[in-house]
Design a protein around this ligand. Structure first.
Ligand SMILES: Nc1ncnc2c1ncn2[C@@H]1O[C@H](COP(=O)(O)OP(=O)(O)OP(=O)(O)O)[C@@H](O)[C@H]1O
Length: 797
């Protein structure tokens, strides 16, 4: 063919190719546009369908009215609003036998020996000293594992299995990618077009399972974390909100969690623990697997001695990093505590916002909050500073030293062909190539083969360095996990102890007089009987009323000495006395919130006795929920009462206007912000009339209610058969009671009288006081009279 003809033919072939290419691109574009329209259409239809199924806000409120559906065996079906619908979640309470089985696992280890002079209990700080990757950490972790993976067939085991399978698959795919990478570059260097295109096709084929695998690993890791968190949170809730008011005791009878409460532990620390733990599994298992497999693969080209060299370099790295790693576990535990303090300071402000606003206390509150924040930030900053050296060392070792070591190792077969031949012989492969033209080096390999080997090995080395880096990083994660493990374990062991009324014991102070009582929480000799028949009344027999002082060496403080009282049905008792003499403390002992150190307390069960506290409490929920608290809607339905009955109760407490004003019984609002102080207290009385207990312990619960309304409510309570035990300073309440218990406030003394006598002596006393007050003003009136006289005289003249 003439050159001109061949050029023409080439040009026409090129034009044909361009035309075909253009048509193909056009067709692809049309297909893409069509596909996009279809996808958008399908998404819009799905969204519309979802919207049609979604409930409006009032519908959601109504659907949640029930809160839960009771199921046999104590289980419940909670109604949880999520994504515009209310879904039902089955909640099975943790069995008492499970708690009993776990309790020994959450006992504190024997305390470390302390100096004889030390009488203070171990502080949270001291506990934080021991936090780290040590034997105690693994003991605590294994105890928590019993909760998060309860048995061999738990959902979490399957999740871990699936996760592991995907991790293995990813490692396998990484190996294939490394080989293919080398092959592609090898084909490129040897100008093997067909091989190159085939390689590219494999490349894309590998991409599909690779991206799916990566996405699934992330998904399963999050799923595992959520699963762990759900198990732990439910377990903690079952312990924390048990019948023994453990949530109260955590703050008032124990010093391990601290006054800020358990919220930071339950909301943040558990979450952090679960996230770190599930991430750690993939952060440890994947690089470990990578290290093993990649080393085997690499060992084929660099030989046994090379592998030994690599292994030694890992050991050296681990040693260096260990030396420069700060105590991340301890630091993480302190950080979590400081975060909790900061959060608690904010929570306090929210709860007391109105009082603070009245006092104009914003500047000082700001200082308190800022101080809490700065304490946290100073600590976090110091961690960041410590991380500089650690990060530099880690980068230097893992990225640079390892890569350099790797380069040296893969150069061995190139520069020392004998080693290569030995390695090849060991692997059973031949290094000779048939095409002498392609033999370029002393190692007997062509440039393309050498490049292919180099690229594959380099990729393996980079993956190895990456795996090593991640493994080193996971040591840091492990230390941080030790920090959150210690927090979660502290929470669990405190809850286990308090739910069984096991308190931390303290030694008797040496300077305490031998006959002085020592009220140590670890030594309780009293009896608390809560299932007496109501006719037997409420009895306290020689019971010291003691304010507990957890963690304080001198022990609790006696407020009332050996109190003996018996209230039989209909014998209404009024408890009075100065501020801080221990009136509410008596109610706390009766309710079982404070321990009985000595003597005997006898009372009927919780359904027959009700306590109305000093500070009115309004729960989150509907208006009906406020009246029936602590019942919820299913209990209300079960009780057979109706909204008409509720209206009758509201009339008795002068709140009958509320349902119409607020929009019915089902409306949900932030009631604590809506109702006035007096209305809140009247709502408390409404609860009393709803539940109709045999005994009502009323602690200053009508102090903000006008005297006439208060009187009518007390009268109604008596009319419906409630025996009252009232704590109050108001003389107007005397007439509703038969007995008066007066706390003198002097060395825990108290006296019991019949109301007639007391009322009389008090009225004489009051009369004398009022006359004395009037006499004191006589001089003032005289002065005023002479001033007026003088002014009148002045005007006349
Ligand atoms: N959780 C607690 N831990 C330790 N001491 C407490 C606790 N709660 C109250 N106290 C202390 O116990 C004492 C009695 O408190 P209580 O609430 O019984 O007083 P009160 O007689 O009801 O006073 P008031 O008339 O002011 O309500 C007070 O000195 C108080 O500071």
């Amino acid at each position: 063919m003439a050159p001109a003809q061949s050029k023409l033919a080439q040009q026409s072939a090129l034009t044909g190719l361009r035309a075909k290419g253009g048509a193909a691109v056009f067709a692809a574009l049309v297909a893409l546009v069509y596909l996009r329209r279809k996808v958008v259409q399908a998404a819009a239809e799905a969204a519309e369908k979802r919207n049609r199924q979604m409930l409006t806000t009032p519908q959601i409120e109504l659907a949640q009215r029930d809160l839960y559906n009771p199921l046999p065996g104590g289980a419940r079906e909670l109604l949880v609003p999520a994504r515009g619908r209310v879904s039902k979640v089955l909640i099975k309470p943790t069995k008492a036998t499970t708690f009993a089985r776990h309790r020994p696992l959450f006992r504190k280890p024997p305390p470390a020996p302390r100096s004889a002079s030390s009488t203070a209990p171990p502080s949270a700080g001291a506990a934080a000293q021991r936090v780290g990757v040590n034997k105690e950490f693994f003991r605590q972790l294994s105890a928590i594992f019993r909760i998060i993976i309860p048995h061999a067939t738990s959902k979490e085991v399957w999740l871990v299995g699936a996760h592991t399978a995907f991790l293995l698959l990813r490692t396998y795919l990484s190996l294939l990618v490394a080989q293919l990478d080398g092959k592609l570059v090898g084909d490129l260097v040897s100008a093997n077009g067909k091989g190159f295109l085939r390689g590219l096709c494999y490349w894309f084929l590998l991409a599909i399972p690779s991206v799916y695998t990566n996405a699934m690993i992330r998904f399963l890791q999050s799923k595992l974390s959520i699963s762990f968190r759900t198990r732990l949170t439910r377990y903690v809730h079952d312990l924390y909100l048990d019948k023994n008011a453990t949530f109260y005791k955590v703050v008032n009878l124990d010093s391990r969690i601290g006054a800020s409460g358990a919220d930071q532990f339950v909301t943040t620390d558990i979450n952090r623990f679960c996230e770190t733990l599930s991430a750690l599994y993939s952060n440890v298992s994947k690089p470990t697997l990578d290290l093993i497999l990649f080393n085997i693969q690499l060992g084929r080209s660099i030989g046994g001695r090379g592998s030994v060299g690599l292994f030694l370099s890992y050991l050296a790295t681990a040693w260096i990093l260990r030396k420069v790693t700060p105590a991340f576990g301890k630091l993480a535990a302190i950080e979590a505590k400081l975060e909790g303090d900061f959060r608690a300071a904010h929570a306090r402000l929210i709860i007391n916002s109105e009082e603070v606003a009245f006092y104009d206390g914003a500047p000082i509150e700001k200082d308190i909050l800022t101080k809490a924040y700065l304490r946290l930030i100073k600590h976090v900053n110091s961690i960041y500073k410590m991380r500089i050296l650690y990060g530099m060392t880690e980068d230097m070792v893992v990225k640079y030293l390892w890569s350099a070591a790797g380069y040296c190792l893969i150069s061995i077969p190139v520069f020392f062909p004998k080693a290569r031949k030995l390695a090849a012989a060991a692997a059973g492969t031949s290094v000779e190539t048939k095409d002498p033209a392609k033999q370029k080096g002393g190692d007997g390999l062509s440039i393309s083969q050498r490049t292919e080997n180099y690229i594959s090995n380099r990729r393996l080395l980079l993956s190895l360095a990456d795996a090593g880096g991640r493994l080193m990083l996971s040591w840091k994660d492990l230390s941080e996990l030790a920090g959150s493990t210690s927090r979660v374990y502290t929470l669990l062991s405190t809850l286990h102890d308090l739910s069984t009324s096991t308190y931390t014991s303290l030694p008797r102070p040496a300077d305490l007089a031998p006959n002085a009582p020592f009220y140590d929480l670890g030594t309780l000799n009293g009896r608390f009987i809560t299932d007496a028949p109501p006719e037997e009344g409420v009895t306290l027999d020689k019971v010291p009323i003691v304010a507990p002082a957890p963690g304080v060496a001198r022990g609790g403080e006696e407020l009332v000495h050996q109190l003996s009282v018996r209230v039989k049905p209909g014998e209404h008792l009024l408890i009075t006395g100065g501020n801080g003499t221990g009136k509410t403390a008596i109610a706390r002992v009766l309710a079982g919130l404070w321990p009985v150190w000595d003597g005997v307390v006898v009372r009927p069960d919780d359904t027959k006795i009700m306590f109305l506290p000093q500070r009115p409490y309004l729960s989150s929920g509907s208006l009906r929920d406020q009246i029936i608290y602590p019942h919820s809607y299913p209990d209300f339905v079960k009780s057979g009462k109706t909204d008409e009955d509720l209206m009758e109760i509201l009339r008795k407490v002068h709140l009958s206007y509320l349902p119409s004003r607020e929009g019915g019984y089902d409306v949900r609002k932030e009631w604590k912000d809506i109702l006035s102080g007096g209305e809140k207290q009247r709502m408390g009385m409404a609860r009393l009339f709803y539940h109709l207990p045999k005994y009502g312990v009323l602690d200053e619960c009508t102090s903000a209610v006008s005297t006439d309304v208060e009187g009518s409510m007390y009268q109604h309570a008596k009319d419906v058969g409630i025996t009252l035990m009232t704590i109050s300073h108001r003389p107007s309440l005397f007439k509703h009671h038969m007995y008066l218990l007066r706390l003198t406030g002097h060395e825990g003394q108290w006296e019991m009288t019949q109301i007639g006598e007391a009322e009389q002596s008090l009225s004489f006393q009051k009369e004398i006081e009022s006359l004395q007050a009037k006499l004191a003003e006589v001089e003032t009136w005289k002065n005023r009279l002479s001033t007026i006289d003088a002014e009148l005289h002045f005007k006349e003249t």
